[in-house]
Write a new protein. Structure first.
Length: 143
C-alpha cells in the first residue's frame, strides 16, 4: 500500500524543515500529498479549546510565514500541499489528536526532533517521543 497523506509537523526549527525534506522525499516516491501542520499552543491550559483547526484568517503571522515557506518548497517538487494550524494545549497532544482522527486519514507522520536533552525533556516532555508512542500511523523522526 502506498502512502496517500503524509503529515509533517512544522514548528519553524531547522529540524522540522529537515522533516519537511524527508516528507517531500516520501511523497515523491509514493505519489502522496503533504499536510503541513503547526500547533499553536498559545491558548490557556484551562481553555475549552481542544485542537480545533483554525481558519486561515485566525493564523498568527509566524504560522502564515512558516506554512507559506513550506508550501513553496513542497509545490516546487510538484506535490500537493495543505497547510493546517491547530489550536490547543500542548503540541504532542494536539498533533496526535489530529493524526489519530480517522477523518484526517493520515498514513504517515514525519516530525523533526530538536534534541532538547534530558533536563528539558524531564520537565516539558518530548513532542516527538510523545507522538511516536501515541500516534496510530507510522512515525518517522528526523534529526
Amino acid at each position: 500500500m502506498s502512502l496517500k497523506r503524509i503529515m509533517v509537523c512544522l514548528d519553524g526549527s531547522k529540524n522540522s524543515l529537515r522533516g519537511l525534506d524527508k516528507a517531500i522525499s516520501f511523497a515523491t516516491q509514493s505519489d502522496a500529498i503533504i499536510i503541513g501542520i503547526h500547533s499553536d499552543t498559545s491558548f490557556s491550559l484551562f481553555s475549552a479549546v481542544r485542537a480545533p483547526i483554525l481558519p486561515e484568517s485566525k493564523w498568527k503571522k509566524e504560522a502564515k510565514v512558516l506554512l507559506q515557506v513550506a508550501k513553496k518548497k513542497v509545490e516546487k517538487n510538484d506535490i500537493e500541499f495543505q497547510g493546517v494550524v491547530i489550536a490547543g494545549h500542548t503540541s504532542g497532544i494536539d498533533l496526535t489528536t489530529f493524526a489519530n482522527n480517522p477523518g484526517n486519514k493520515i498514513d504517515q507522520i514525519v516530525i523533526g526532533s530538536r534534541g532538547m536533552g534530558f533536563p528539558k525533556e524531564l520537565f516539558f516532555g518530548s513532542t516527538s517521543n510523545f507522538i511516536l508512542h501515541k500516534a496510530k500511523a507510522p512515525v518517522t523522526i528526523v534529526k
